[in-house]
Design a protein around this ligand. Structure first.
Ligand code: CA
Length: 502
């Protein structure tokens, strides 16, 4: 308003066109990487440069970090679907009960725990319609954005709902365009020459993209070209866009992106780790291409970019080298309640609203929902669900959020692989303290993350008062959202709440 007044003082006639561009809501680009770890980047998210920062090459992320803010303590859930449902609904996983990854309708494809059973989780994921068995019914974020006038584009991995349910198709969730997204959480293949898996005709076939079948092109590149084509199409309308650019990379199958792999082999990495690093760099090129397109089209000053990953870097299986070390200095990886499973590389660029630098206040994936709505300037919105997330938009304007806010994770499912922090659990972080409650043995780990980011020293016995206090807050929260605790066949009862353990 002040600038308008200033312009009028100067006697400049403000055209309808420039007024429109001033008032049009910002474009929003969510750039979500799959299974990318906190250290899978040349951008330092730790207090010091690490060997992994030296290994990986992510120049576009460096550029984004230079123009935006780095979040050093950003969290997701430890596996795919819970995070994606939290992002689209603003709900914590304990509340939405989509606590594990989804695929087949009614099918809970996870391995069986010897004595814990948790049949009540939402095996079919997110549903935009009420009454669908095994789903959480919620108002999805893109539907609200669409109703507010945004053009909503989904590109890449969806993984919101099980096959043959409404939530499997992004077009049912408020997206107007869907490129390559469906129920599955991984591609059959990253190779165009392999038709992205379509030669095998199974659940993992990437849908659409037929024009690239038989072509020597990597999936990340094909998705990026299609995303840009969709943006080009939208450019003609002048409508603000919400682009959900959700790469399948760097999820398994770990397959080399030939454009980038040689330098990692030359650096001495084994084939698997060199391939992984090439997938990371291919993902980064996609970010760079999108940023370049925004710049070339004069949209960079009116486009907010939010970059993050849906869980920690895979480390328990399928990687080269020693297990559980791929996210160091963090412990463990995907599937774990330890930091390696849940802490994410996150960068937000909000032109005109930022002070460059680092934000150390912890944020969690369900915060994206109210944040994006606030950034879009949408003040009146309604959902059928209760929201757990809190907008972090203020952090980007230099305000402080309440650092003592507790954050919660709830993963009563049995992932399969074993390792540090892996197993059915509920977790709370408050301030620097983090308490993990393991459902199977009813034991706890308490860590001070400020002093022990690697979660090496369990302080549970030493700091019993802190542990008790956190267990009470965690128990109260889980009860308040009617969280599903597993049934223990050895007890003939549900696993007790964390504050019921003496
Ligand atoms: Ca994932």
């Amino acid at each position: 308003m002040r600038s308008l007044y200033f312009l009028l003082l100067l006697g400049i006639v403000v055209s309808a066109c420039s007024t429109d561009s001033k008032e049009s809501p910002p474009n929003i680009l969510v750039f979500l990487v799959d299974d990318m770890g906190w250290q899978d980047t040349s951008v330092p998210f730790h207090t010091e440069n690490t060997p992994f920062n030296e290994r990986y090459n992510t120049p576009a992320m460096e550029k984004l970090a230079a123009q935006g803010m780095i979040f050093t303590q950003a969290y997701s859930n430890s596996v795919c679907t819970p995070t994606r449902v939290s992002l689209l609904t603003g709900m914590n996983a304990a509340r939405h009960r989509v606590t594990n990854w989804t695929l087949r309708k009614g099918g809970d494809q996870e391995p069986r725990h010897p004595y814990l059973n948790h049949r009540n989780w939402n095996v079919n994921g997110l549903s935009p319609e009420p009454g669908v068995t095994g789903t959480v019914y919620a108002t999805p974020l893109p539907a609200i954005l669409k109703n507010a006038g945004y053009h909503t584009i989904h590109v890449g991995k969806a993984h919101f709902g099980a096959m043959d349910t409404p939530g499997a198709d992004p077009l049912n969730l408020g997206f107007e365009v869907n490129i390559g997204g469906h129920a599955a959480g991984a591609p059959g293949s990253y190779e165009g020459l392999d038709s992205f898996g379509n030669s095998r005709n199974n659940a993992w076939d990437v849908p659409g993209l037929e024009k690239y079948h038989g072509e020597d092109i990597y999936l990340t590149e094909a998705l990026t070209r299609e995303a840009i084509a969709a943006l080009e199409e939208n450019l003609r309308t002048g409508q603000s866009f919400f682009l959900y650019m959700s790469h399948y990379a760097v999820h398994t199958p770990i397959m080399a992106d030939k454009r980038f792999v040689q330098k990692y082999l030359d650096a001495g990495l084994d084939q698997k780790e060199a391939s992984y690093a090439s997938m990371v760099e291919g993902m980064d090129k996609s970010l760079g291409d999108l940023m370049e397109w925004l710049g070339n089209n004069g949209l960079e000053d009116n486009t907010i970019i939010l970059f993050t990953s849906d869980n920690g870097g895979l480390s328990a299986v399928a990687r080269g080298g020693e297990k559980h070390t791929h996210n160091r200095p963090l412990s463990s990886g995907k599937g774990s309640a330890h930091e390696g499973g849940i802490r994410e590389p996150m960068i937000v660029s909000w032109p005109g609203q930022r002070a460059s630098g680092k934000i150390e206040q912890p944020v969690i994936i369900e915060d994206f929902f109210p944040t994006i709505l606030e950034m879009a300037g949408i003040e009146q919105w309604e959902t059928v669900q209760d929201i757990d997330g809190i907008s972090f938009a203020g952090l980007l304007e230099g305000k402080k959020m309440d650092y003592s806010r507790p954050l919660f994770w709830h993963y009563p499912n049995f992932w399969g692989p074993s390792g540090p922090g892996i197993g059915p659990s509920s977790t709370i972080r408050k301030g620097d303290w983090k308490l993990i409650y393991y459902h199977d043995k009813r034991d706890f780990e308490l860590f001070n993350l400020a002093k022990d980011i690697g979660e090496t020293k369990n302080m549970y016995k030493e700091k019993a008062e802190i542990a008790d206090s956190l267990a009470r807050i965690l128990g109260d929260y889980l009860r308040s959202v009617k969280a599903d605790m597993p049934y223990d066949s050895s007890l003939n009862d549900n696993v007790p709440w964390p504050d019921q353990i003496q």
